[in-house]
Design a protein around this ligand. Sequence first.
Ligand code: PNS
Length: 159
Amino acid sequence: MHRVVCPGSFDPVTNGHLDIITRASGLYDEVVVAVLINVTKQSLFTVDERVEMLTEVTARCGNVRIDRFHGLLVDFCAANGITAVIKGLRAVTDFEYEMQMAQMNYRMAKVETLFMTTNPLYSFLSSSLVKEITRYGGDVSGLVPDPVLARLRARLAEE
Ligand code: PNS
């Protein structure tokens, strides 16, 4: 079985993430979307909430599984029989950092990284921008899945 991991913070999942996950699901037997548990980074949504949103918006892809991990991605890969990571590349600004992680993951555990070019419709999109824009009353509909939009507005209205 060819299994690949799509790791990230997903705080929250955007249509850019969903585009990569969906396209990857057409290429691999199984795509494991792995949410990083990062206790040092402040997030808008808890890991449980992020997993819930990802589960809901990927429900139509039968070969996508949502999981969570802490520690090194290569250790998660070893524990789950995964030999490759898939990442979306939005622009050259992503490249330097992504290449460094890809080479380090290969150096540590021979885990390969495959880069998929982001759909140009979403090349400017990030979870951080989506949060900032919603926080100040801007409209991000069409940039995140509808259930995520509803949760974003509700959470930021509480602030
Ligand atoms: O969505 P993000 O925050 O850009 O995702 C970054 C992520 C989770 C892919 C990256 O931080 C990661 O793999 N973290 C796990 C810790 C790890 O393995 N660090 C060494 C990387 S070479």
